[in-house]
Design a protein around this ligand. Structure first.
Ligand code: HXC
Length: 281
C-alpha cells in the first residue's frame, strides 16, 4: 500500500522502513503509529500464508516464495533525526484517554516488531529521543552514526516514557543507567550509547551505517532462516521471565527447530563437509 509518513523500500532481501516526516524531525504522530502498525502486520506475514512445521509458528516456506525479506532496517528521513519522539504538538490536544490509547497503540507496534520473524536493525543517524529511543529499542539491535544522540527527555515535558522506555531501556543497559537517563533527561552520544550496550556498532556516517546494517542482514541470510526466527522468538519470550521459565521456552523452541528441514540440511552439510543450502522451513 502507500504511506503518507513512511517510505518503504525493498532491495536484495532488505526492507528499509523510513519514518518520513523530516519537518517534524520524524516525530511519531498518530498517523505514523497507525502506518507503522500496518507495516508490522505485513512484516509479520512474511512468506505469505505458508506455515512451517506445526508448532514452530514461524511463517514462510520456500515453496511459496518465502523469506523474500531477510531483514528490516528501521531509520529516519532528513539526515537530522532518527525520530525526535512522540509528536509533542499533537499530544497537547489529547485528553488522558487519548494519551493512553496513543501509548498502547505504540506498545502494540513495538511488540509487533519483536515478532517479525527476521532481524530488525534500527539505524540511528541523529536524534533518537523519547519515543524515538523507545522505537529503536524495539528493534533487535541498534547501529548508530557518529552524530546519533539518544535520550529520554520526557521529564522536561512533565511526562514519563510512554512507548516502552521504562521497560526496555533497563533491559538493555541495566537499572542504574536507565534510571539516570530517565530522571535527568540527559542526552548521550553514539560512543556513550555504545559503551552502555545500547548501540552495537558506531559507523562514521549515514552511508556506512546503512551499508553495515545491510551487510549484517546479508550475513544472517546465509544462515537457516527458521533457526534465526526461532532464536529471535526464544530470546524475546525469555525476556522478563524467570530462568526456569526461559529455559522451558528454550527447550520447546529447540525441539521445534529439531524437526525442520533446515536442521536436516545444516547437520547433513556439516557431516558432508559442504556449505548448507537452507530450504527455509
Ligand atoms: C513535534 C517536533 C518534535 C516533536 C522536533 N519537532 N521534535 N515536533 N514533536 N517531538 C519539530 C520542531 O517543533 C520544529 O518544528 C522542527 O521539528 C525542528 O526542530 P527544532 O527544535 O527547530 O530543531 P533543533 O533546534 O535542532 O532541536 C532538535 C531537538 C528538539 C533537540 C531534537 O527539536 C527537541 O528537543 N525536540 C523534542 C524532543 C523530545 O522532547 N522528545 C520526547 C517527546 S515525549 P518547526 O515547525 O518549529 O520548524 C515522548 C513521549 C513518548 O516521546 C510517549 C508518549 C505516549
Amino acid at each position: 500500500g502507500s504511506f503518507e509518513t513512511l517510505a518503504i523500500e525493498t532491495s536484495g532481501g532488505v526492507a528499509t522502513v523510513t519514518v518520513n516526516r523530516p519537518d517534524a524531525l520524524n516525530a511519531l504522530s498518530g498517523k505514523v503509529v497507525e502506518e507503522l502498525a500496518r507495516v508490522c502486520e505485513v512484516l509479520n506475514r512474511l512468506g505469505g500464508t505458508g506455515t512451517s512445521p506445526a508448532s514452530t509458528g514461524v511463517h514462510g516456506t520456500a515453496d511459496d516464495g518465502a523469506w523474500p525479506v531477510r531483514g528490516v532496517i528501521l531509520t529516519g528521513a532528513g539526515g537530522k533525526a532518527f525520530v525526535a519522539g512522540a509528536d509533542i504538538r499533537e499530544m497537547t490536544g489529547m485528553d488522558a484517554d487519548q494519551a493512553e490509547f496513543y501509548a498502547r497503540s505504540m506498545h502494540a507496534v513495538t511488540l509487533a516488531l519483536e515478532t517479525v520473524p527476521v532481524p530488525v536493525i534500527a539505524c540511528v543517524d541523529g536524534f533518537a529521543l523519547g519515543g524515538g529511543c523507545e522505537l529503536a529499542l524495539a528493534a533487535d539491535f541498534i547501529y548508530a552514526s557518529e552524530r546519533a544522540q539518544f535520550g529520554q527527555p520526557e521529564v522536561n515535558l512533565g511526562l514519563v516514557p510512554g512507548f516502552g522506555g521504562s521497560v526496555r531501556l533497563q533491559q538493555r543497559i541495566g537499572l542504574g543507567m536507565a534510571r539516570e537517563l530517565i530522571y535527568t533527561g540527559r542526552r548521550i552520544d553514539a560512543h556513550e550509547a555504545h559503551r552502555l550496550g545500547l548501540v552495537n556498532r558506531v559507523l562514521p556516517a549515514r552511508e556506512e551505517l546503512l551499508a553495515a546494517a545491510a551487510e549484517t542482514i546479508r550475513e544472517i541470510a546465509t544462515k537457516s532462516p527458521t533457526a534465526v526466527a526461532l532464536s529471535k522468538r526464544s530470546i524475546n519470550q525469555a525476556t522478563g521471565r524467570t530462568t526456569t521459565e526461559g529455559l522451558d521456552i528454550e527447550a520447546r523452541t529447540f525441539r521445534a527447530a529439531f524437526g525442520t528441514e533446515d536442521m536436516k540440511e545444516g547437520t547433513t552439510a556439516f557431516i558432508e563437509k559442504r556449505a548448507a543450502v537452507f530450504p527455509g522451513r
